[in-house]
Design a protein around this ligand. Structure first.
Ligand SMILES: *Cc1c(COP(=O)(O)O)cnc(C)c1O
Length: 426
């Protein structure tokens, strides 16, 4: 199976004669074994098999496997949310006293996770300008830095990250690059092909695509050699006492990172996806390739309309030739970026609200990246915890309207914007 469209529809799950055509939901917390010894071996990781859904479930594994295949990785793990995915991705290789470097242009929730919550756990984060030069990225690296983090195309600032540049600096320092690929999805960009070592997702967005299911996923490329940097990653390269001294990188090779995340972090922290919800995510994955194309077409049409409208102060969509990130997005996302764009109006903050309240087809919701067009004002919603300074740092100006183009007819989306703009005076 070589083409990504086919992988979306039929990847990983391959029923044998007489088995269900559709991937089954294994709605069971536990799995039965014939002898106590067999069960014991599972707990010691001496044998492979399912025993408790908090660690692994066949439905979840199929869906994680499909996402890993789409990304070109060796293994994946589903999590209960995108937040859990990013937390586990970092916490799997960091402990108290460690440090990470992150692009400052990231999702507000991740910004809080790294800047506030993980700081309380003793893991520090230095945020850097996403457009930093190699030298500037290098300057943020410390002896205890364990990873660099960024988003392919950031939510909501829509900054396109120069993944190859970040990967180069990461690898020069013997640390992995973690990329949150939520907005681009593997349909539009596969960060591993550009040197990313670990890819994360909020599957809540385009992968589910219907605003029905919160979820996340971590994919490992299998490319980072933990043993070469043994001293930096003791969690993977020294004995885990909770498994009788097993060393993940020795025992599991390329699968070490995901295995550790599964049998250690999931075991202890338990943020699993439910098999029922994994099933919904898979339904989304089956049409991801079709939807991403339509999301991008609509976003470009709406962005062009806005760019030509007198009441619009600015439009941010890197598919527009006038955009600062046009060249980078052509390199990393030649077939289109995503359905999310942003813009500002030449009017007061009050009128911006009035514009949003006047929309009929496009709804005000916290969500982005689903089939229905939706709109949000980050400064008063998702990013309201951030100070003005932090807002600017995260690339979110106070007048920014985040506009997530759905897969309706673009003409209807534009007509809705047009009627709402009538209520705005500039
Ligand atoms: C939404 C989002 C997250 C968080 O995901 P949840 O599923 O809401 O927990 C992380 N990263 C990006 C880029 C997101 O858009």
């Amino acid at each position: 199976m070589t083409n990504i469209d086919t992988k979306c529809v039929q990847g990983v799950y391959n029923p044998a004669n007489g088995e269900p055509r559709v991937m089954p939901i294994v709605q069971s917390t536990t799995f039965k074994y014939g002898s106590s010894d067999e069960m014991g071996k599972l707990f010691d990781l001496e044998a492979e098999g399912y025993f408790y859904t908090r660690l692994q479930n066949p439905t979840n594994d199929l869906v994680a496997g499909k996402i890993a295949e789409l990304e070109g990785g060796v293994a994946g793990m589903l999590t209960s949310s995108g937040q859990a995915a990013n937390f586990f991705a970092v916490f799997n290789i960091c402990e108290c006293g460690d440090h990470i470097v992150s692009s400052s242009a990231i999702y507000g929730g991740t910004f809080n996770l790294f800047g506030v919550t993980m700081k309380k756990m003793g893991i520090e984060c230095t945020f850097i300008d996403p457009d930093s030069s190699e030298e500037e990225i290098q300057a943020a690296i410390k002896p205890n830095t364990k990873a660099i983090f960024g988003e392919t195309i950031s939510n909501p600032s829509l900054v396109v990250l120069d993944i190859e540049k970040y990967a180069k600096v990461a690898h020069k320092n013997g640390i992995p690059l973690i990329i949150d690929n939520t907005f681009a999805t593997p349909i539009n960009c596969r960060p591993i092909e550009f040197g990313a070592d670990i890819v994360t997702h909020s599957t809540t967005k385009y992968m589910d695509g219907h605003a029905s299911t919160v979820g996340g996923c971590i994919v490992d490329s299998g490319n980072f050699d933990w043993m070469t940097h043994k001293d930096k990653f003791p969690g993977l390269t020294t004995p885990d006492e909770s498994y009788h001294g097993l060393v993940y990188a020795e025992k599991f090779g390329k699968l070490a990172y995901i295995t550790k995340a599964t049998v250690q972090l999931m075991r202890d922290l338990g943020s699993i996806q439910s098999p029922q919800h994994a099933f919904y995510i898979n339904l989304g994955l089956e049409s991801l390739h079709l939807r991403m194309k339509k999301h991008c077409e609509n976003a470009l049409a709406v962005a062009k309309y806005l760019e030509s409208n007198d009441k619009v102060a600015w439009v941010n969509c890197s598919m527009l030739e006038s955009n600062k990130y046009y060249e980078l997005s052509k390199k990393y996302m030649p077939n289109g970026t995503c359905g999310v764009i942003s813009f500002g109006l030449k009017c007061s903050r009050e009128d911006t609200k009035k514009f949003m309240d006047s929309l009929k087809l496009c709804a005000i919701v916290t969500h982005v990246a689903d089939a229905r067009t939706c709109v949000l004002h980050p400064a008063s919603h998702t990013h309201r915890q951030l100070s003005d300074e932090q807002l600017i740092e995260a690339g979110v100006s106070p007048d920014l309207i985040r506009f997530s183009c759905g897969i309706e007819d673009a003409k209807d989306i534009i007509a809705d914007i047009e009627q709402a703009l009538k209520n705005v005076t500039v």
